[in-house]
Design a protein around this ligand. Structure first.
Ligand code: ADP
Ligand code: NI
Length: 219
């Protein structure tokens, strides 16, 4: 199979796995991450195109917040990639990237540096978590999980473990910006993503400023 055909098969696999997602991780998110990854690839010619885009398509299909049985989901992806002609090294690299790129993983002490392809996909995913799209996704996700919009009495949490981060009992949508989203621009790997993230950070800080002014009854 040629790379184009392999990527078409992977895209179809992901569409099936994420069909019906109502948490902001649907195929529209995946397609934006792939678009972002292509844009970043254009600036990083030494990165492997197939590994980068395969990881972009597959990065959420093994995520513990979206699938109940992570190990089975991982085995299924490995088997699927082999079935479309990925060699053992390619399978291993894609699995390594998608298992180690998430924000929640960065809250654990099991961290491993990503190869350039993984750094690109991580940036591509993080760009889709910030800016105007990021605001919409946080509200969508928060609503899905019955979070309050805002409560000035609840302070943003600091130095969370992964388990604390996933516990939404006392979470608010606005606090999620302080706990995660505003920190993402500084965590970008590639120069282009860093630059784009700066503009999107301003979109978020402007939003938060206006939100609080309106909350306090400013006309
Ligand atoms: P990762 O998959 O990198 O670990 P997350 O699972 O933390 O990332 O988040 C994926 C997206 O879901 C975020 O970009 C954000 O928009 C949304 N999200 C995650 N946690 C929350 C939350 N507590 N409140 C609102 N949105 C959230
Ligand atoms: Ni994602």
């Amino acid at each position: 199979m040629e790379a184009t055909e392999q990527l078409a098969a992977i895209s179809k696999y992901t569409s099936q796995k994420l069909a019906g997602d109502a948490t902001g991780h649907g195929i529209d998110h995946i397609n934006r991450v792939v678009t972002n990854a292509k844009m970043l690839l254009a600036e990083e010619p030494s990165a492997d195109y197939l590994i980068t885009l395969s990881s972009a398509y597959l990065h959420d299909v093994i995520d513990d917040k979206l699938v109940s049985d992570v190990l089975t989901a991982q085995r299924n992806v490995e088997r699927f990639l082999s079935s479309i002609g990925f060699g053992p090294d390619q399978v291993q690299t894609v699995m390594f990237i998608i298992n180690n790129m998430s924000f929640s993983k960065s809250l654990t002490d099991d961290q491993h540096p990503l190869p350039l392809e993984g750094q690109i996909v991580q940036d591509a995913d993080r760009l889709d978590a910030i800016g105007a799209i990021g605001i919409a996704r946080a509200i969508y996700y928060g609503g899905h999980h019955s979070e309050k919009i805002y409560d000035p009495k609840i302070k943003p949490r600091q130095n969370m473990t992964k388990a604390e981060y996933r516990n939404l009992d006392n979470e608010t949508i606005i606090n999620h910006f302080y706990e995660k989203l505003l920190k993402l621009p500084d965590s970008m790997n590639t120069p282009v993503a860093k630059k784009i993230a700066k503009g999107r950070q301003k979109t978020m800080t402007d939003f938060l400023e206006n939100f609080k002014a309106e909350w306090n009854g400013m006309r």
